[in-house]
Write a protein that binds this ligand. Structure first.
Ligand code: ATP
Ligand code: MG
Length: 174
């Protein structure tokens, strides 16, 4: 297991982080997104969709639990799951998602996907620690945080922890 922290200052940066993560994803990969309501999980999932060139918009799957987004290049589709209303891993299993043939991103997936995905990327988005982000010396995307935040009144820093579980991620760095 290997973990890194990144300060993500704006929704645009969160989207960009999604694109960055997408660049290493392939069929069989699972990404678990954790964070409070409005933390930025769907914003990151949109970036994943953009990075994978999915057809159509990745939106918050409010009325469906899982949505499959095909890709322009016909590579493994992105399956976007919102596990918020699921209460048991068996309910996720019942969705019959093609884990091997897809890239699966699960919002609220903690304590839900582990039995189905022993190897996974766990991305935690924290807005409380993020409020003190200015005092955190964290590397990466925060470099131009100041100017971006001023341009986007909606923006509020998040601290994102990317944790990789399993051999699959050996050699992948962020
Ligand atoms: N640094 C940031 N990163 C991501 N989103 C941010 C940031 N700052 C502000 N925001 C805003 O926070 C909101 C995040 O919404 P989003 O739908 O991505 O969250 P979510 O975690 O998927 O919520 P839910 O739990 O309802 O599914 C957006 O309105 C976005 O503009
Ligand atoms: Mg969401």
């Amino acid at each position: 297991m290997n973990a890194v922290n990144r300060v993500v200052a704006t929704p645009e940066e969160m989207h960009r982080l999604g694109r960055e993560v997408a660049a290493v994803l392939r069929a069989g990969d699972v990404v678990v997104l954790t964070g409070d309501l409005g933390a930025g999980k769907t914003t990151l999932a949109r970036g994943l969709g953009a990075g994978l060139s999915v057809i159509g918009a990745v939106t918050s799957p409010t009325f469906v639990i899982a949505r499959t987004h095909p890709r322009a290049d016909h590579l493994a589709p992105l399956v976007h799951v919102d596990a918020y209303r699921l209460s048991d891993p068996r309910e996720l299993d019942d969705l019959d998602i093609d884990f091997a043939g897809s890239i699966v991103v699960v919002e609220w997936g903690k304590d839900m996907v582990e039995p189905l995905a022993p190897q996974r990327l766990e991305i935690d988005i924290d807005r409380r620690r993020g409020e003190r982000a200015g005092t955190l010396a964290t590397s990466g995307v925060s470099a131009d945080a100041g100017s971006q935040s001023e341009m986007d009144s909606d923006a509020e820093p998040r601290v994102v922890t990317i944790r990789s579980v399993g051999e699959r991620w050996t050699g992948v760095t962020w």
